[in-house]
Design a protein around this ligand. Structure first.
Ligand SMILES: [Zn+2]
Length: 94
């Protein structure tokens, strides 16, 4: 039986295991017995490794508005290697 997250207006969120056929039905809050609605979210992401969760969050954010970066993440901080050949210093600069 899958576990769904429900939110009570007074008590907050809680997890509840129930049949899939009853997933969308209001559930009674275990604390105050009031009606609570299902919270739709990404299933199982709470138990992910924090590093993986941050990577997934960053991926989700960049799908709408990609970040501008100056170098490839995870690589050396030097974006372009510099030449030590003195002939390269005489080349025209942009
Ligand atoms: Zn409640």
């Amino acid at each position: 039986m899958p576990t769904y997250t429900f939110r009570c207006a007074d008590c907050g969120e809680y997890d509840l295991s129930r049949p899939m056929a009853e997933a969308g039905d209001p559930a009674p809050c275990p604390t105050c017995a009031g009606d609570s609605r299902r919270v739709f979210g990404s299933p199982g992401l709470r138990k992910l490794d924090p590093t993986l969760r941050r990577a997934l969050d960053a991926s989700g954010r960049s799908s709408d508005a990609p970040a501008v970066v100056n170098s490839v993440p995870g690589r050396s901080r030097v974006a372009f290697p510099t030449s030590t050949d003195p002939r390269h210093a005489r080349l025209p600069r942009p």
